[in-house]
Design a protein around this ligand. Structure first.
Ligand code: PGA
Length: 256
């Protein structure tokens, strides 16, 4: 069994000005700047990336991620940001296909596929989000939904591509709602995702791939969720906006 290092990412969404971001990052650097039992990633809004990058570039184990990118290298795409623009700021990870992008910006599995391909080509590590809605869970269709998202989102990929991808399982009904999937529900979904990856990309890909859980992760529930064998980290929204909460999630859930 290949050990998988836990990966905790903070998705700040449309929160934090540059000035606010600096305050938060300075606190995080003090509290977890040298933490090494997990990979830690911060995903600020585009406008705060440069400021956060400058602070992280000192001596820290905290890495930088973006919340989105466009698949084209450059061109007439008003309002969009390319992989090269992110790379210049020392961004290493990029969230792709977050449910809010799917819901409000009409991104579908084909978009996710193109963006993931472009991110990999630029040597960014994609954090690809999948997850079912409440009606899909209630109709017991969640397995079909996850399977389709994986097959279409990773169409044309092989074991090599999978090695650089992180999957985030985020049941839409648990995002920002305070409703968390129970650790057993989350583990069941993660096991299913790993099985699909295994069927399609082979046993090694399935064993290596890290699958984060996201959806109302808090200091109180992180430890139990992350103690499950197939839960390899967390994608944290609301609770990552406060240094004490985010630090507690990381220390509670990842200290060896
Ligand atoms: P939440 O968001 O932790 O606020 O539920 C998670 C996410 O959307 O990535």
């Amino acid at each position: 069994m290949i050990p998988r290092k836990k990966i905790i990412a903070g998705n700040w969404k449309m929160n934090k000005t540059q000035a606010e971001a600096r305050v938060l990052v300075e606190d995080l650097l003090r509290d977890i700047g040298r933490f090494d039992d997990a990979e830690i990633v911060l995903c600020p809004p585009f406008t705060a990336l440069a400021a956060v990058s400058e602070l992280l570039n000192t001596v820290s184990n905290i890495r930088l991620g973006a919340q989105n990118m466009h698949e084209a290298a450059s061109g007439a795409y008003t309002g969009e940001i390319s992989a090269a623009m992110l790379k210049e700021l020392y961004v290493r990870y990029v969230i792709i296909g977050h449910s809010e992008r799917r819901q409000y910006f009409h991104e579908d599995n084909a978009t996710v596929n193109r963006k993931t391909k472009a991110a990999l080509a630029a040597e960014l590590r994609p954090i690809v989000c999948i997850g079912e809605t409440l009606p899909e869970r209630e109709a017991n269709k969640w397995k079909n939904v996850l399977q389709t998202q994986l097959i279409e989102g990773f169409a044309g990929f092989g074991e090599k591509e999978l090695a650089d991808i992180i999957i985030a399982y985020e049941p839409v009904w648990a995002i920002g709602t305070g409703k968390t999937a129970s650790p057993a529900q989350a583990e069941e979904a993660h096991q299913f995702i790993r099985k699909i990856v295994g069927d399609k990309f082979g046993a090694t890909a399935a064993e290596k791939i890290r699958i984060q859980y996201g959806g109302s992760v808090k200091p109180e529930n992180a430890k139990e969720l992350l103690s499950k064998p197939d839960i390899d980290g967390a994608l944290v929204g609301g609770a990552s906006l406060d240094s004490r909460g985010f630090t507690a999630i990381i220390k509670n859930a990842c200290s060896e």
